[in-house]
Design a protein around this ligand. Sequence first.
Ligand SMILES: [Zn+2]
Length: 314
Amino acid sequence: MLLASALVAGPNPAESNAEVAAHVRGAMSFLASDAMRGRGSATSDEMVAATYVVSQFQSLGLDKAELQRVALPSGAVTYNAYAVLRGSDPALAGQTILISSHLDHLGTRQSPNGEVIFHGADDDASGTSAVLELARALASHRPRRTILFVCFGSEETGGQGHRGFLQNLPLPLSSIIADIEFEMIGQPDPTVGPSQLWLTGWERSNLGPTLAQHGAPLVGDPHPEQNFFRRSDNYDLALQGIVAHTVSSYGLGDHYHTPADDLAHIDFNHLCRAIESMIAPVTWLADSDWKPSWKSGGRPTAPAIRTPKPVPLR
Ligand SMILES: [Zn+2]
């Protein structure tokens, strides 16, 4: 039977914490499951992950949601999942905010004891679940600016997914005024406050400090020696001039790129709180006519860091 209250049309109320938690657990459980086999870059497992993300975008009623194939010189194909939510204000809909993550991880490896799955729950199923939740929150609200959601393939092998995307953008590059990438937010970083997240390249632009003024629990990257600003999908966009940073809470734990990066090591309370805490600040940015900019000398010019990442088997 249909509840009478369901017949009253109106905007979707903000989701409760329990609803966010249920969605996040669902997305994480799918993406980091054994069946996804670690979402190896440019594999059929990556394609399944990307197809799942597109189907989630479609279920949210976004204006466009597509799987993008990127042919690689090797003959393999990597997959980006993207969606567009057109802005509601004609004066601002020509400005786009990119919300991104990467959906691939390291796949499987042979060990002396048989096949081992690198589930990549933190890296970067956690960021992908954040993109999906932000898409859900923003779709129910339809902000004034246009939002482009992208989960890239093949970040782990050098960023072939985002580079293919930059060559086949669904919207003009010049319309993108900011990129916020989410990477490894599934555990708290003990070197910052318990609910804090950090932003790579914090000092380079006014985006992080301004989001913090609007409630984001963001601080500067406490690990500058790691050069994280130059090690994710955001960086090639930053080289194009887009104010592009990565949000993370990776505390240099030893699960990085090991089989221990699995669902059992995700702190779901932290992850859900992290995602919820970014909804209002990102919604503010999406509705604002304030434009982020590089600080003097902050726009990068140095090449991206694409050194192969070690894959220890333990
Ligand atoms: Zn990653």
